[in-house]
Write a protein that binds this ligand. Structure first.
Ligand SMILES: Nc1ncnc2c1ncn2[C@@H]1O[C@H](COP(=O)(O)OP(=O)(O)OP(=O)(O)O)[C@@H](O)[C@H]1O
Length: 246
């Protein structure tokens, strides 16, 4: 499997504290990967580096084939390369309908320098319907986003990210605050999305990670502590000591 994203020996320090320490790992083009680890392990900082929010002191982040360095791009350029990030708290426009939110995302994806007077074409109406259905919100398109459940808002935001057809989605703790039924739907959604793109999920909820049924990377003190199936990493004595056994 050729790598879509390769993090190569990156380190970053904040006021002398090494949050990321010679971190290396790679993600395939159509892969679902869970990233776990104790608080402060560097999971958020890793996503900040990939999206260009934080610059590493050393190492490289290579993207695509032939590989380009993401470190030479700013945040907007990285987003245009096809890297989308879903933060933990949903940020949808609560007073707008699901369809409006998706339409705005589609418009922003086509023209980041928003065009006044833009009118939705038949193709974009169909695309919005397709996005809503992809994230399980086909029956909710006319509802205001503010009326949706927490889980539905998370799916809407994922749908908004999908409007720009990302090749890599970084998803931060999607299961937090969801009901069991919502978690199960979210698992199915992420698994489905990863059939055609890379999806990296940072998550603390081990039951959720188990349901993702994917390769797991365990971070600790800014480095990879273990990697493999969930059963493999959860048998690792180091992982038990620093993360599971607490
Ligand atoms: N901007 C910053 N300035 C100073 N220290 C920072 C900064 N960002 C992160 N850190 C420190 O770097 C370490 C790694 O933080 P990070 O947020 O990446 O961990 P995490 O694995 O995402 O943790 P959590 O599971 O709690 O979200 C922590 O010790 C954190 O306090």
């Amino acid at each position: 499997m050729s790598a879509l994203l390769e993090v190569d020996g990156i380190s970053v320090s904040f006021d002398g504290f090494r949050a990321i320490n010679n971190l290396s790992f790679s993600i395939g083009a159509a892969e679902l990967r869970a990233v776990i680890g104790p608080n402060g392990a560097g999971k958020t900082t890793f996503m900040d580096i990939v999206t260009g929010k934080t610059r590493p002191d050393a190492g490289d982040v290579k993207w695509g084939t032939p590989p380009k360095s993401l470190l030479r791009m700013n945040e907007a350029q990285i987003a245009r390369e096809g890297i989308g990030r879903k933060f933990q708290r949903p940020t949808v426009f609560e007073d707008q309908t699901v369809a409006d939110n998706l339409t705005m995302a589609l418009k922003a994806a086509r023209s980041p320098f928003a065009v006044l007077g833009w009118r939705p074409s038949q193709a974009s109406v169909e695309k919005v319907a397709g996005l809503a259905s992809e994230v399980g919100l086909a029956a909710q398109v006319g509802r205001k986003a503010g009326e949706l459940s927490h889980g539905q808002k998370q799916w809407l935001e994922i749908g908004m990210l999908l409007a720009s057809d990302p090749r890599l989605l970084l998803v931060d703790e999607p299961a937090a605050g969801m009901t069991l039924a919502e978690r199960e739907q979210t698992t199915a959604l992420l698994v489905r999305l990863a059939q055609t793109r890379a999806v990296v999920v940072v998550e603390h909820d081990m039951d959720f990670v188990r349901r993702l049924n994917c390769k797991v990377t365990v971070l600790h003190q800014g480095s990879v502590l273990a990697e493999g199936s969930l059963d493999h990493v959860t048998r690792n004595p180091d992982v038990i000591e620093v993360y599971l056994g607490r």
